[in-house]
Design a protein around this ligand. Structure first.
Ligand SMILES: C=C(O[C@@H]1C=C(C(=O)O)C=C[C@H]1O)C(=O)O
Length: 285
């Protein structure tokens, strides 16, 4: 990969789910959008692009970060997580979870962290061993072929809303993790490729600061963000505002402790390499 010329905007990923709409709103309102080459996509495609070097900076599923930590630096104080319910990372099931032994469970293809957390939770906490298969995140089809589905993002948020009329049971994996460990869950973090950070530290600092400003700005305007989004959604503005307030975009000490605990448990199962003892490496602008 050649180095980026000083005149080329940083290639920055953006999750095309409602969960990151507040961040987008802030980038738009502050004018920072004009200084980045923004790539909107689903999380699994953004993960792959950042790891492959087709993006310089972007959100990455925690699990994929742990698998490629040697090539990446985390941007401080920025994440997609929750301290309790998250509302949009769910196991949707047609039977109680303790009846899933040997039963088919569909894992949504857009998720890496949520689907691993679901497997850890089912096997270690609930004590069942389902048969998993990966599936496009189409809930109706998943529940046709399986007794439970693990889904994230808009599909999961809508499923939570529609569950009473369908008789589905919804297990919120942010809440499940909190009940299990007492800690917040970090589903995705923002990372920069180490090679890009070395070559263009000033650009990375600018993008990081733009994201932090964006987060602050959108938090003060969440009702407006929700009103604007609801025009294109089946969910109400009040539901969306509640969702945006439930999500935790920060990565403070408690969130980093949650990240460590998830990494430790996932590594013990052989699902990811262990984190170095010093913890994740951060970009220091
Ligand atoms: C809270 C969420 O966090 C996400 C969960 C991810 C995963 O499970 O791999 C990846 C990116 C985030 O979008 C969500 O998608 O609803």
């Amino acid at each position: 990969m050649g180095s980026v010329s000083a005149l080329q905007r940083p290639r920055v990923g953006h999750i095309q789910f409602l969960n990151c709409l507040p961040i987008y709103w802030g980038l738009m309102r502050s004018g920072a959008l004009i200084d980045v080459d923004l790539h909107k996509d689903s999380p699994e495609r953004l993960n792959a692009a950042l790891v492959a070097g087709d993006l310089d900076i972007g959100p990455i599923s925690l699990v994929e970060y742990l698998r490629s930590a040697g090539d990446l630096l985390l941007l401080p104080d920025l994440a997609v997580g929750s301290d309790g319910p998250v509302l949009s990372v769910n196991i949707v099931s047609t039977v109680p979870l303790d009846r899933l032994d040997d039963r088919p469970v569909a894992l949504g293809a857009t998720s890496r962290t949520g689907v691993l957390l679901a497997q850890m939770y089912l096997e270690t906490y609930v004590g069942v061993r389902p048969t998993y298969f990966r599936s496009p995140p189409d809930l109706a089809r998943m529940l046709d072929e399986a007794d439970a589905a693990v889904i994230i993002g808009d599909v999961a948020l809508r499923a939570l809303h529609d569950s009473p009329q369908h008789g589905w049971q919804v297990t919120d994996l942010g809440q499940a993790w909190r009940d299990w460990t007492g800690l917040p869950m970090v589903f995705a973090a923002w990372a920069v490729r180490r090679d890009f950070a070395t070559a263009h530290p000033g650009l990375v600092k600018d993008v990081h600061e733009a994201f932090l400003r964006s987060r602050e700005l959108c938090l003060t305007e969440l009702d407006e963000v929700a009103e604007a989004a609801a025009r294109w959604e089946t969910l109400s503005a009040a539901t969306l505002a509640h969702y945006f307030r439930t999500l935790d975009f920060s990565l403070g000490d408690r969130q980093v402790a949650g990240l460590h605990e998830f990494a430790r448990r996932a590594a013990a199962l052989g699902a990811v390499p262990p984190l170095p003892p010093a913890g994740p490496a951060f970009f220091k602008g």
